[in-house]
Ligand binder design. Structure first.
Ligand code: DC
Length: 221
């Protein structure tokens, strides 16, 4: 099975790229951030404290998080695809995802899904922890201002009212938290190729990624 690992901070363009690559290659697509978001959403809904790692891990196990073939995410038997994108979930998810117990539950799931098929997997620790043996690793970046503007447009498209400065502050705070946590922090794997998307359109990003993927897969075979 071939795993393509795509890591990077929020708003770097990694989700758009991962989806596009998966569609072009005929691979499955796994959004691991959505899994952490589903746990954070359930915690908020059930009133589980975001500093209670053991209870959050139990919630993650019981939720039976799954993806439908058309990419919807189901947790605790409900489609939570829209709810997990809300700013209140984004604000809670970093703390939820920093617990080793929560990560252990989702790591098992991610490895199981990745072992079963050719897949493009995106997240923060895919190339470093979840699939350190992935054949292709991309680390996608962009400047904080560019990332915040992308995130703001997504939120506005989803009907949220957001302020540009607040979005920038939220994104910088989340990346700092994700990069500095003790367990599986966001960082580039030594053998990942970095792709800065700050001044690239999606077609240019896709083309650059395609060349990297072909070079890596070709070099291996
Ligand atoms: O990709 P995203 O913004 O939807 O991810 C939401 C949060 O989940 C992110 O702030 C950190 C966490 N996350 C993680 O810790 N490890 C992953 N592999 C994916 C996401």
């Amino acid at each position: 099975m071939t795993v393509i690992a795509i890591d990077g901070p929020a708003g770097s363009g990694k989700s758009t790229l991962a989806r596009l690559l998966a569609a072009r290659l005929g691979f499955a697509y796994l959004d691991t951030g959505a899994m952490y978001r589903a746990v954070a959403y359930l915690a908020l809904r059930e009133g589980v404290a975001t500093d209670d790692g053991a209870s959050l891990a139990a919630l993650a196990r019981e939720a039976r998080i799954a993806f439908t073939p058309d990419g919807r995410i189901v947790a605790a038997e409900r489609d939570v695809s829209a709810e997990i994108r809300r700013p209140v979930v984004s604000a809670a998810v970093s703390e939820v995802s920093a617990h080793a117990e929560v990560r252990a539950v989702l790591l098992d799931e991610q490895r199981r899904i990745g072992a079963a098929q050719d897949v493009v997997i995106e997240g923060r620790d895919i190339g470093t922890v979840v699939f350190p043996e992935a054949r292709v690793k991309l680390f996608v970046t962009a400047t904080p201002t560019v990332r915040a503007e992308r995130r703001r447009k997504e939120l506005i498209a989803g009907g949220e009212h957001v302020d540009a400065d607040e979005t920038l502050q939220a994104i910088v705070a989340r990346d700092a938290y994700d990069s500095q946590r003790a367990v599986a922090p966001l960082r580039r794997a030594a053998d990942a190729v970095e792709l800065d998307t700050s001044s690239l359109g999606i077609d240019q990003v896709a083309e650059a990624a395609r060349e990297i993927v072909l070079a890596r897969l070709g070099a291996d075979s």
